[in-house]
Design a protein. Structure first.
Length: 267
């Protein structure tokens, strides 16, 4: 059995702020998206004029109450938000997962990740969670011709996906709505000064829910160092849709259901 030593998953990028608990790993890497502490450069196709007068998907009416809860500290500045968000997430996420979260610029990395889930590539350097080893396994096809995605690979994702049921969409929506002003600020800094992050969030969720169902076995080939889907129509999918397919059908169904529930709570 051959192992894919990924540039690895960073699970939860999407699902813990909007869908926390995916496993993001990629079969390809791309440096077109550069994220550093001083400046963010995004692919040219990401920059689109937004002339809307208001959000297409407004936040729930009760969001103001969640943002301005008197029993909570006021939100810090974006560049001082890491410790505050870590504390909020540590009360919701499994301890092992919480320890993997990026220690710096967490909100900016989450926003950048979500924005790119519907695109072809995502950059390793922007992941909001540390690498998880050996989560992708490929094995020789029974026919001896090519590779298939191993069922053992799905089992390695099951723990993270099962956390969704434990965490619950309501708790994650509370965190998302509470921190929304900072997500919006980070999104504007990313290059969208006239757009709304919640609109982008809903668009990405809809895109992921529309991921095609793929029956096993999932056939791969290895034209160079990295594995790719052998079927061009699957290889052409976005990075986010490929994530769902690689989770396996049982896990992807759970994630899609979580996304549907989460979407209903934030719009």
């Amino acid at each position: 059995m051959k192992r894919f030593n990924p540039y690895l998953n960073y699970s939860i990028a999407l699902i813990f702020i909007c869908m926390v608990s995916f496993l993001y790993f990629k079969m390809k890497s791309n440096d077109d998206f550069i994220f550093n502490i001083d400046k963010t450069v995004i692919p040219s196709e990401s920059i689109k004029a937004n002339t809307s007068e208001g959000p297409r998907f407004p936040l729930p009416v009760a969001t103001v109450d969640r943002i301005q809860r008197p029993d909570l500290m006021a939100l810090p500045a974006l560049n001082q938000s890491d410790q505050y968000l870590h504390l909020a997430l540590s009360e919701t996420l499994n301890d092992g997962i919480a320890k993997l979260l990026s220690q710096t610029r967490l909100i900016e990395k989450v926003v950048a990740t979500i924005d790119n889930l519907s695109r072809k590539y995502m950059a390793e350097r922007m992941r909001p969670i540390a690498a998880i080893e050996d989560s992708f396994l490929a094995e020789r096809s029974p026919s001896g011709n090519g590779f298939i995605l191993s069922n053992k690979s799905y089992d390695r994702y099951a723990f993270l996906v099962d956390q969704l049921a434990i965490i619950g969409a309501n708790d994650l929506a509370d965190i998302y709505l509470r921190f929304y002003p900072l997500f919006q600020e980070a999104y504007e800094d990313l290059g969208y000064p006239n757009a709304y992050f919640n609109d982008r969030m809903i668009d990405v969720i809809n895109h992921l829910i529309a991921t095609p169902e793929v029956n096993d076995p999932i056939i791969l080939h290895r034209p160079h160092v990295l594995y790719e889907f052998i079927h061009p129509e699957l290889e052409a999918l976005s990075s986010g849709q490929k994530i769902l397919i690689r989770l396996g059908s049982r896990n992807s169904i759970k994630v899609k259901q979580f996304l549907i529930e989460f979407k209903a709570l934030i719009s």
